[in-house]
Design a binder for this molecule. Sequence first.
Ligand code: PGA
Length: 243
Amino acid sequence: MSRRKLAAGNWKMNGLRAHLDEARALAAAHPAPSVGVLLCPPATLLAPMAEALKGSAVALGGQDCHAAPKGAHTGDIAAAMLADAGASHVIVGHSERRADHGETDADVAAKVRAAWQVGLVAVVCLGETEAQRDAGETLGVIGAQLAGSLPDGATASNTVIAYEPVWAIGTGRTPDRDQIAEVHDFLRRAVPDAATMLLYGGSVNPANASDIFAIANVDGALVGGASLKADDFGQIIQALERA
Ligand code: PGA
């Protein structure tokens, strides 16, 4: 089965309006990519980035949404607001949200439902800590997170899964080939729709992207630090196009 591919950039809490130049440069350098390209800037940049990238091949996503459609939730952002600002996707359950904001699998599942309700594709993040890996618990942890974070009704059209080992995020360390393959093989069998795209995330950069994309069942990447520069992210996009 041939699945679609996706290079997704997560800017996290980085980027002022001046940084839109990087997004413009990325779009200009990749006018017709053969893979999906997604940028998830901070919420303040969604609307101006949508304007800057109008007519380009780069899709936009939020980094989180609230589970409720609207209401008294100071500081939070509803899925409908992301869609209204130009997003087609939203990252949910990133390990930084799980750690910094105590998000549980049930919280993540509720956010996924909220995203689907307004037609956003949910990019659902899963990943073990280093202690869990050392204890041999990786597949158990990933299986439990998947079961708890993914509501009934997940399809390849409304959901993308990102495997992001917590210990590989922002550290420059990546799992070896076999470790990534083991988790992605497991996820391929565990997702309800076998066509669901499975991204790897955690210290992906221009130097290691080709090796990672050569691993079976890796359909792309969720990229943090290396997505902030058009040139670096562009090289990752090209590596995925060649894979
Ligand atoms: P990183 O972040 O590429 O900076 O390691 C990945 C992520 O958290 O999505």
